[in-house]
Ligand binder design. Structure first.
Ligand code: AMP
Ligand code: GLY
Length: 428
């Protein structure tokens, strides 16, 4: 099979690494890719936003199958344009990607199909939103409706903070994404990420993980795309996975089919495990980043065959096996991330650091300049390791990081703390 992967981050490097190991792969291309991905795929500097250019590339290279990594091309309808050209693709249609592209859409779906989530209201003007905030009181959550690169959510513990967030949205802080606002009940509990491969009818559970969204040690500081993750998520017991599938995922699949937008691709449920069980925080319609990096280290089966089965509508014939050993990834970010990451600092020692069977280093935001590896984004490297325990995986990841010479970068020192506390038997 000739395969094209779309994307340029650590998630795509992990997917490329796993796809490249498939015996059914003939040739792997990546658009646009990065220097790490270039070790396992041929990268081309085309623009994923130019769908006609992507379709033409697929025809020229006899691409049999396209895997779309990030959400933006999906929400823009790249899967529809590829399918219209007769090309098989892993990823939802534009209509199905509304599960990620519009928080209001998803909340309405939850209400209609009885999917557990926080109480909410949608607003298209600041005054009405603010009076609802005052009525409900804090803590309360304010969300820009559309895609805001992970920045459109404010969890407010004071009413004033929520009111300011409403104003910021309607004053254009998130551009068009904030033209509508969802105000939502604050959910208390432990967060977990849950993944399912979907083919429009069947949802096949595809692993659990927990990430660390805050930039600083001890879960402090600004929200980020994720500073590290581990898999599996201890809170996602077999019973909790079963409940999540029955109470959230299956009604979502049925609901999407019923409204004429069957979901195919990967459904990534951001969950709050509350005292009453799993509740939906949000759906993403693509793999998690950096959750994918840890999932790929644990996946025993052929990723390419699984993704193709999802695209072909035959997931009911597939199963998934995982390595029991946990995996953990630490994100190394460029100084200044998330507000204003500095570009261009030189990174040394990555090869030496990955010289351990338990360690894989995925490139997230790197570039090559004059023969040297340099930072080219906010999140730059994902140092990923497996071990018999989360603690062992953590030790291996930080030992690898110690070999990387990058004064322009930083990372959290406590990735996995919650799981490690559980391993030690500490009360949380
Ligand atoms: P999101 O961009 O929707 O993933 O939200 C970012 C983060 O905000 C989530 O990972 C949660 O930690 C938090 N969050 C979002 N919605 C809620 C909610 N209803 N209750 C509590 N925390 C939330
Ligand atoms: N790590 C969270 C996400 O991919 O959205």
């Amino acid at each position: 099979m000739n395969v094209l992967l779309i994307g340029a981050g650590g998630r795509e490097h992990a997917l490329a690494w796993k796809i490249a190991a498939s015996p059914v792969l003939a040739k792997l291309y990546c658009i646009p890719g990065n220097p790490g991905i270039a070790n396992v795929a041929e990268c081309r500097p085309l623009d994923p936003a130019n769908h006609q250019e992507i379709v033409a590339f697929c025809k020229e290279k006899s691409i049999d199958f396209v895997v779309v990594g990030p959400e933006a091309p999906l929400v823009a309808g790249i899967a529809d344009d590829l399918r219209a050209a007769g090309i098989s693709v892993f990823g939802p249609s534009k209509a199905a990607a509304r599960l990620e592209g519009s928080k209001g859409f998803t909340k309405d779906l939850c209400a209609r199909f009885n999917i557990p989530t926080g109480a909410y209201q949608r607003f298209n003007n600041a005054e009405a939103a603010k009076s609802y905030v005052r009525e409900q009181g804090a803590p309360i959550v304010v969300k820009a409706d559309g895609l805001a690169a992970g920045k459109g959510v404010v969890v407010a513990f004071e009413i004033q903070e929520a009111l300011d967030a409403v104003d910021a949205c309607f004053e254009g802080a998130f551009g068009g994404a904030g033209a509508e606002v969802v105000v939502e009940e604050y959910l208390d509990g432990e967060e977990a990420s849950f993944f399912c491969l979907c083919d429009g009818k069947t949802a096949l559970p595809f692993g659990t993980a927990q990430d660390h969204k805050r930039v600083g040690d001890g879960d402090t500081g600004a929200n980020t795309g994720g500073m590290g993750a581990y898999s599996p998520a201890p809170v996602m017991t077999l019973d909790m996975v079963d409940r999540t599938v029955r109470e959230l995922i299956e009604p979502t699949m049925r609901g999407m089919a019923e409204i004429g937008s069957p979901f195919s691709g990967v459904l990534f449920a951001g969950l709050m495990i509350t005292r009453d069980g799993p509740k939906l925080i949000e759906y993403n319609t693509r793999f998690g980043d950096p959750e994918t990096q840890v999932l790929m280290l644990r996946l025993k089966d052929d990723l390419l065959l699984l993704l193709k089965a999802a695209a072909d509508g035959v997931l009911d014939q597939m199963s998934v096996r995982w390595n029991d050993d946990p995996a953990l990834t630490v994100v190394m970010a460029a100084r200044g991330y998330p507000a204003s990451p500095e570009k261009g600092s030189v990174i040394k020692g990555v090869e030496a650091a990955s010289n351990n069977d338990a360690v894989e280093i995925f490139h997230a935001g790197t570039a090559e300049k004059n023969g040297e590896l340099v930072a080219n984004g906010g999140r730059v490297l994902n140092v990923t390791a497996s071990g018999k325990t989360v603690r062992q995986a953590q030790d291996a990841a930080y030992a690898a990081i110690a070999k990387i010479d990058w004064p322009g970068g930083f990372y959290r020192h406590d990735i996995g703390w919650r799981a490690i506390a559980r391993e030690k038997g500490d009360a949380l």
